[in-house]
Design a protein around this ligand. Structure first.
Ligand SMILES: NC(=O)c1ccc[n+]([C@@H]2O[C@H](COP(=O)([O-])OP(=O)(O)OC[C@H]3O[C@@H](n4cnc5c(N)ncnc54)[C@H](OP(=O)(O)O)[C@@H]3O)[C@@H](O)[C@H]2O)c1
Length: 211
């Protein structure tokens, strides 16, 4: 199946590599065409470079918006029409990074980024907050763990999005576990109790209470 990845930076490039190694076909785009082209060349035949963000969605059933939170709304507005009918996966943390790496929250305490992003999407787009629960290095090293796979948590309000993101999570080499609805997205983020937690399925279900 085909997934678009918009943003080929720190986390987008790792998500792309893991999905491609699990057999997914990818359409890549980034603000910098050369960054997407280089990543596609590294991945090989499973990835193609799109002409732009809208073009990346052509023929894709899902899109991963691997973007900083500050640019997410602008990109969603740019590609809004073709997002209807697709799974939209967002790994972004609602943080801005200062010149010295200092992190500043972009949302008031207690506000769920998942619910904010849901409000930016057009009707018919199915949102799952996922693939941002681990730092890029940890995500890469924890993938395809054996004998017991590591869990990747996700949050969604939409059952069909849940089924679709679970397929992508398995394709990337993890066992999916739902943390809860979009109001729970803060648990997945930097500072959340599930962030950077490398757990097997039994431990994961015990901390989510089988959500
Ligand atoms: N890196 C991690 O370990 C990690 C882990 C979990 C979650 N996250 C979260 O994921 C989000 C992205 O983080 P990151 O580290 O991947 O950031 P990043 O390295 O800055 O990558 C962001 C990517 O988005 C692209 N981009 C910017 N504006 C765009 C536009 N209008 N259209 C298309 N592409 C655009 C950038 O292209 P240019 O480079 O050309 O500007 C870059 O490829 C953040 O919210 C972060 O908190 C990151």
């Amino acid at each position: 199946m085909t997934t678009a990845i918009i943003g080929t930076g720190g986390i987008g490039s790792v998500i792309a590599r893991q999905l491609a190694s699990g057999g997914e076909t990818l359409r890549l785009s980034s603000a910098d065409y050369e960054s997407a082209r280089t990543l596609a060349a590294q991945i090989g035949h499973a990835a193609v470079v799109a002409a732009g963000n809208r073009d990346a969605l052509q023929g894709a059933g899902a899109v991963v918006l691997a973007l900083r939170f500050t640019v997410l709304k602008g990109v969603i507005d740019q590609i809004a029409d073709p997002l209807a009918g697709k799974l939209v996966v967002v790994p972004s943390n609602p943080l801005s990074t200062g010149a010295h790496g200092n992190l500043t929250p972009l949302l008031p305490e207690g506000q769920s980024s998942g619910q904010v992003v849901a409000g930016w999407l057009p009707a018919g787009a199915r949102l799952a907050m996922a693939f941002g629960t681990m730092s890029a290095d940890l995500f890469e090293s924890a993938a395809n763990r054996s004998p017991e796979p590591a869990v990747l948590f996700y949050a969604t309000d939409d059952d069909r999005a849940g089924e679709e993101v679970e397929r992508l999570i398995r394709t990337a080499g993890f066992e999916p576990v739902k943390a809860g609805g979009l109001e729970q997205s803060g648990r997945l983020e930097v500072g959340g109790d599930l962030h950077d937690l490398v757990a097997g399925p039994a431990q994961a279900r015990s901390v989510t209470g089988g959500a």
